[in-house]
Design a binder for this molecule. Structure first.
Ligand code: 3HC
Ligand code: NAI
Length: 700
């Protein structure tokens, strides 16, 4: 057979081997090969059949690149029907990650043996889908309804051991899986084990309220998302309908999900995340520097979190502070964070102690002499940062990578403070740095290729999602945020209230409304930045008068218990405050603004289209490599709903011509200064092209 699937008979066992790198996805060729092999096995002298894979993993799922294309026979459900119908026992031999359609293949087989290092899961929900090849019907039959709901709704893989406890795997082994699977097949043959079909198993009766409980919980936890609710419908069908009807229901729901814009967006994110880690003009074989030890300067909010990120991945970290007191404060916050992780069951006590043990402190820069990578995270003061880089130039060894976590400063200028600008790069983490996945990797003019390649690789080692940005004020994410916040503040003063602005954006899908974000970040941060600028560079004065007025009466946000909202000192629960409404009304009057309610859809469009417009400029200037990179920045760093695919995917989904028309409408209503359409938007909308098409051309 000329397919990625081979078939051979070993003694009296038929062995189907799939070898389709990188992850043995169920492409058309693989499905076709498996079908031919299972048919051959029905006719030959074999007494049992093994399905196994070569390479790093058992089948990792359907081939996502085929989604949205015309279907090609055999479909996965048809293939799995034939596997299950086999008269000879079929054994799936699992290693690596048996995911999605891969696990479903195993569940349609009659027996499952797994390597102890393996994991299984149904991650379809993360792609806005549901298991579409029997998973929603077979898992409840093997593991029970609640375990099925938890596995399918979380999308998170479980260990082979846990899968065995749940009844999804029959045997967990160590050593050589090929040998173990053959031995298991012979044991089954010896015992005259039947072709045991999970579709024929009974489903337990559902406890009262089970499904509605999940539905109402998901309405909050997976706000606005369709796939999770459809998964509950399918598992409920498993409990109430015969297998064949349940499968029909699953099929219908799977097709609905597949065509749903939410799934299209999430599939885009899957590939965007992987593409973002590729730097266009960096050869794949670029050498990397070895990173064994890390130095962090500044043990404040960011420095502590960055230190934890590295320690959690096994890197020894030295943290530098200005004096013993500041160092003690920084280390004790780290201590408290680890204690919190243990308390919430995220880390065992041993693991936390081990990570904590990797972080040491010092007040003398000489302690950085041996560090391979140093990350500066001191106050956002350009002069201070340049002083520190000049000092690093003196103390750090040759070849050390010198990085800054600055949010806004010019990395080229910081690099120029050293005699080795090629070793300097921006590594912009997001707060809280040990939790947020995004890492903007800021490539300065002189950053060496191997420095960039090393940082991209290290980002993955510390489990971050790296995105390359060029140098500009605020890089990709914070630069775009300026227009978003400006519009939030303008909607506020023109007639909104903090709660109405936040509700509009939260209901649309943002993790947090912009006014709450401002309170969380601290209103003094923007205030200080504005004070440092001449009047004419502070932006639209109508967009910061209220915030300035709040800062001037000491309402700095959550940290002072009051900002745009008031916060309960014990619970941090926010509530609206009549005093703030008075300030908004007063400032509006001073500015000659007549306040009128602003509708939720207008709020959403103004904020999101401001993001999109700036994103298009960033692309045109080459600051971001591709539209998908911007989407990754917004989904992983700014709480943009993944199921809307990031601002650039959303722009394409709406249609660039419609986006342009709305921006022009805003220009008419609110003026040229804030609403000049990006040149790239005008060009693409004029040519009737999408960003996706444009990005594909840039790649060729
Ligand atoms: N289809 C097509 N390509 C896939 C794929 C899939 N299911 N899974 C991974 N790939 C590709 C990636 O795009 C990447 O390609 P690239 O090298 O060109 O960028 C390559 O395989 C390697 O992937 P990763 O970089 O993610 O490799 P890792 O080793 O970090 O992770 C993995 C491996 C855990 C298998 C991870 O790739 C993964 O989670 N894959 C997706 C699994 C999934 O979602 N399966 C369900 C699919 S939907 C389904 O099965 C529907 C069914 O119910 C009918
Ligand atoms: P912070 O004020 O919490 O911490 C700064 C720390 O640096 C303080 O503990 C201070 O004692 C220490 N420090 C000052 N001068 C020093 C020196 N010469 N040597 C050693 N330590 C010194 O500040 P934060 O929020 O951690 O910000 C740090 C940097 O990270 C800034 O550049 C900021 O723009 C950036 N950033 C901040 C984010 C945030 O949300 N807070 C997000 C992303 C980046």
């Amino acid at each position: 057979m000329n397919t990625p699937v081979s078939y051979e008979i070993v003694d009296d066992v038929g062995v189907i081997t799939i070898d389709s790198p990188p992850v043995n996805a169920l492409s058309h060729a693989v499905r076709q090969g498996m079908l031919e092999a299972i048919r051959l096995a029905q006719k030959d002298a074999s007494k049992a059949v093994i399905i196994r894979c070569r390479g790093r993993t058992f089948i990792a799922g359907a081939d996502i690149t085929e989604f949205g294309k015309p279907p090609a026979e055999p479909s996965l459900p048809d293939l799995l029907d034939e596997i299950e119908a086999s008269e000879k026992p079929v054994i799936a031999a699992l290693h690596g990650t048996a995911l999605g359609g891969g696990l479903e293949t195993a569940l349609a087989s009659h027996y499952r043996i797994a390597l102890d290092s393996g994991a299984v899961g149904l991650p379809e929900v993360k792609l806005g889908l549901l298991p579409g090849a029997g998973g929603t019907q077979r898992v409840p039959r093997l593991a029970g309804l609640q375990a099925a709901l938890d596995l399918i709704l979380s999308g998170t893989p479980i260990s082979a051991q846990r899968a065995a406890e749940l009844g999804l795997v029959d045997k967990v082994v160590s050593g050589n899986l090929d040998d173990e699977a053959l031995a298991y097949a012979r044991e089954l043959i010896g015992n005259r084990a039947p072709a045991r079909r999970s579709s024929e198993f009974d489903v337990e009766a559902a406890p009262a309220g089970l499904f509605d409980g999940y539905r109402s919980n998901l309405a909050k936890r997976a706000r606005g998302q369709h796939a999770p609710q459809r998964i509950v419908d399918c598992v409920e069908a498993a409990a109430s309908l015969p297998f064949a009807e349940g499968i029909r229901k699953e099929r219908e729901m799977f097709v609905a999900c597949m065509q749903d814009p939410q799934s299209i967006a999430l599939r885009h994110m899957f590939f965007a995340e992987r593409e973002a880690s590729k730097v266009r003009d960096l050869p794949g074989d670029t050498a990397q520097r070895e990173i064994r030890t890390v130095g962090i300067i500044g043990g404040g909010t960011m420095g502590g979190g960055i230190a934890m990120s590295f320690a959690n991945a096994g890197f020894p970290v030295t943290m530098i502070e200005i004096d013993d007191e500041a160092l003690e404060r920084g280390l004790s916050i780290i201590e408290k964070n680890y204690a919190g992780s243990v308390k919430h069951g995220k880390l065992s006590e041993d693991a936390a102690a081990q990570c904590r043990g990797l972080i040491s402190g010092a007040t003398d820069y000489a302690a950085l002499a041996d560090a391979d990578l140093v990350i500066e995270a001191v106050f956002e003061d350009p002069r201070l940062k340049k002083d520190i880089f000049a000092r690093l130039d003196d103390v750090c060894k040759d070849g050390a990578i010198l990085a800054t976590n600055t949010s806004y400063q010019d990395v080229n200028e910081i690099a120029a403070a050293t005699t080795r600008p090629e070793d300097v790069i921006g590594l912009h983490f997001f707060s809280p740095a040990h939790i947020m996945k995004l890492l903007e990797v800021v490539r300065a003019e002189k950053t060496a290729d191997d420095v960039l390649a090393t940082c991209m690789a290290v980002a993955k080692q510390i489990r971050k999602v790296p995105v390359v940005s060029g140098v500009c004020y605020g890089f990709i994410g914070n630069r775009m945020l300026q227009g978003y916040f400006r519009e939030a503040q303008l909607c506020l003063i023109e007639g909104g209230l903090p709660e109405s602005i936040d509700a509009a954006m939260f209901d649309w899908g943002m993790a947090m409304g912009p006014i709450s974000v401002a309170d969380l970040a601290g209103l003094d941060v923007g205030y200080k930045a504005r004070q440092a600028l001449p009047d004419d560079q502070r932006g639209d004065p109508r967009s910061y008068r209220v915030a300035d007025a709040l800062v001037e009466i000491g309402r700095l946000g959550q940290k002072t218990g009051a900002g745009f909202y008031s916060y309960d000192p014990a619970t941090r629960k926010k509530s609206s405050d009549a005093a703030v409404q008075e300030i908004i009304e007063r400032e509006a009057k001073n500015l000659g603004i007549e306040r009128n309610p602003v509708a939720a859809d207008e709020i959403v469009d103004r904020l999101i289209y401001a993001l999109i417009n700036e994103g298009l400029r960033i692309l045109d200037e080459g600051i971001a490599q591709r539209p998908g990179d911007i989407d990754v920045v917004y989904v992983y760093g700014y709480g943009f709903p993944a199921w809307r695919g990031g601002p650039m995917h959303y722009a394409d989904a709406v249609g660039l011509d419609r986006v342009l028309a709305r921006i022009k409408e805003f220009r008419r209503r609110y003026g040229e200064a804030n609403w000049t359409p990006a040149a790239l938007l005008e060009r693409l909308a004029g040519d009737g092209r999408s960003l996706t098409e444009w990005a594909a051309e840039q790649n060729t």
